[in-house]
Design a protein around this ligand. Structure first.
Ligand code: COA
Length: 256
């Protein structure tokens, strides 16, 4: 169990349920390289631990996560398949254990794309989601360019990914990204109720069921890599540099 006062990602295991909590509330739980690495490690360790049967991911405070730390994008951009962000995406997209997300507030960028890899997604009614890659001069990641149109249809995916505007928990429910909406105060209890039900199921049958449900896994994995390649190029573009610098300087970006 990690110390919630000092760790930017905390983990705890109870009754077969691993809870991973993004814990950087003053920065809306924006994910740094170290945080991605801790989350990737927690997921891969859980796969090897027979005592863990279910994973719950949530955030501290009023946010699930505001996505990748934008300062890190400028100063510490992902370099390749070994980069912590890609290790995290690989771990969550290949997880054999069921993963439940309890989206307790703002879910931006990877905060939304990681939901495409979860088996159960509960969202607080007042949460706000967004896929603002376009406005950062970037492209979708985590296989979202493949999985979102599959889930929501091309036009809705185009709206969310090409306009990049925030969307509501209700829309997440309507497009099938969320299983249910909850009052913020009931969210964790809802996730835990499902986690306990899953933890009581026969483990092998549960893991096989998840494996059977996972569709065309290889194309998802290839798409994550393809997106990452273009993402990396975009991150070095003048537009991305301008968008990230503008965020730092708290002004509107001026694209060429
Ligand atoms: N990276 C780094 N810092 C971030 C961050 C991010 N992705 N998101 C929020 N923060 C920081 C802010 O800089 C601010 O820090 P400060 O208090 O030192 O100035 C703090 O978290 C609170 O954020 P703030 O913008 O004041 O909160 P808000 O409620 O007005 O807005 C967001 C919340 C999430 C809508 C807004 O912060 C935002 O748009 N963040 C960027 C999201 C993003 O583009 N993520 C990457 C997607 S690929």
């Amino acid at each position: 169990m990690s110390d919630p006062n000092t760790s930017l990602v905390t983990t705890s295991v109870q009754d077969g349920i691993l809870t991973i909590r993004m814990n950087r509330p003053d920065k809306k739980n924006a994910l740094t390289t170290d945080m991605y690495q801790q989350m990737a490690d927690a997921l891969t360790d859980a796969e090897k631990n027979p005592d863990v049967r279910v994973v719950v991911i949530t955030g501290t405070g009023d946010s699930f996560t505001a996505g990748n730390d934008l300062k890190d994008f400028l100063e510490n951009p992902p370099t390749g398949p070994e980069s912590p962000v890609l290790q995290f995406l690989k771990a969550i997209s290949e997880a054999r254990l069921p993963v439940i997300a309890a989206v307790n507030g703002v879910a931006v960028g990877v905060g939304t794309t990681m939901l495409l890899h979860c088996d159960f997604v509960y969202v607080a009614e007042d949460a706000s989601l967004a896929l603002p890659f376009i406005d950062l001069g970037l492209v979708p990641e985590a296989g979202a360019s493949l999985l979102l149109p599959r889930l929501a249809g091309h036009q809705k995916a185009a709206e969310l990914l090409m306009l990049g505007e925030p969307f509501t928990a209700q829309l997440a429910l309507e497009i099938g990204l969320a299983n249910a909406l909850c009052k913020p105060e009931d969210l964790e209890a809802k996730a835990m109720t499902t986690a306990k039900k899953l933890a009581a199921k026969p483990r092998d049958a549960l893991l096989h069921t998840k494996a059977l449900l996972r569709r065309e896994f290889e194309s998802v994995s290839a798409r994550i890599d393809k997106e990452a390649e273009i993402f990396k190029q975009c991150l070095h573009s003048e537009d991305a540099k301008e968008a990230l610098t503008a965020f730092k300087e708290k002004r509107k970006p001026k694209f060429k």
